[in-house]
Design a protein around this ligand. Structure first.
Ligand code: NAP
Length: 246
């Protein structure tokens, strides 16, 4: 255990989560990363963090499971110390028109994106209160603000994350803990690589800055929200979308 503050980042095996974990390590946090898959990608994130002189441990957990999330938080606190910054980044899509969307498609997206965010906040809550300080940063999406045809489950989950964020911000403000949501637009990751080319081109055309964002740009915003400089920001939804939603 070091004297550094601990940041817990879910879904940090690739994409936006990996960039956030790497940036927070550069900011001086010890990093706990969460993965649900094989763990090979988590090992690569660990390697990248160690390369910049940071400390990182990875933990396997399906964030949609309440009990696994509880065990995860206990392990992180036991091995690394109290969590100061919680970044709820793990997310999935199961895009279909509502008519074709099966019940399990809807449930799995809500379970990971919304309930997973609740699970981690719930299990870190008492620790935050004890510390009388901390940062919760939830990764929502521009789609949670504006909706998108073919993404009803994803949009509902990400809009839910915004309601959760504002409620938690109000509950914890008196203890000096901030809770904010980040709403990225189209960011170059594995998730957006899955988009059909036509839909991708149409979306790029609609972005005033005429390009997709990078995971590092999202990580820079999260880094600011996790810092002391952002102490007076809570309950906010910060868009990072090239002007797509304004
Ligand atoms: P990604 O490349 O698909 O990565 C998703 C991450 O979530 C992976 O690390 C994955 O870990 C993890 N994950 C998935 N299900 C999980 C579960 N049940 N338990 C624990 N971890 C789980 O996604 P991304 O593009 O970087 O997106 C990251 C976040 O930003 C998501 O919340 C996404 O909705 C949001 N976002 C992305 C964009 C975009 O354009 N890319 C835009 C707006 C918002 P494993 O590999 O171990 O399963």
């Amino acid at each position: 255990m070091t004297n550094n503050k601990v940041a817990l980042v879910t879904g940090a095996t690739r994409g936006i989560g990996r960039a956030i974990a790497l940036q927070l390590a550069k900011d001086g946090f010890d990093i706990a990363i969460v993965y649900s898959g094989s763990g090979n990608d988590a090992a690569e994130t660990e390697r990248l963090i160690e390369e910049v002189g940071g400390t990182c441990r990875s933990f396997k957990c399906d964030v949609s499971h309440f009990d696994q999330s509880e065990a995860l938080v206990k392990q992180v606190v036991f091995q690394m110390g109290p969590v100061y910054a919680l970044v709820n980044n793990a997310g999935i899509t199961r895009d279909k028109l509502v008519l074709q969307m099966k019940e399990e498609d809807f449930d799995s997206v809500l379970d990971v994106n919304l309930k997973g965010t609740f699970n981690l906040i719930h299990h870190c809550y008492a620790g935050f209160v004890r510390q009388r300080g901390g940062r919760i940063i939830n990764i929502s999406s521009v789609v949670g603000l504006m909706g998108n045809a073919g993404q009803a489950s994803y949009a509902a989950s990400k809009a839910g994350v915004i309601g959760l964020t504002k409620s938690v911000a109000k509950e914890l403000a008196g203890r000096g803990i901030t809770c904010n949501a980040v709403a990225p637009g189209m960011i170059e990751t594995d998730m957006t690589k899955k988009m059909p080319e036509k839909a991708r081109d149409a979306l790029l055309q609609a972005i005033p800055l005429k390009r997709a964002g990078t995971a590092e740009e999202v990580a820079a915003l999260v880094s600011f929200l996790a810092s002391e400089k952002a102490a007076y920001i809570t309950g906010s939804v910060l868009s990072i979308d090239g002007g797509l939603y304004m």
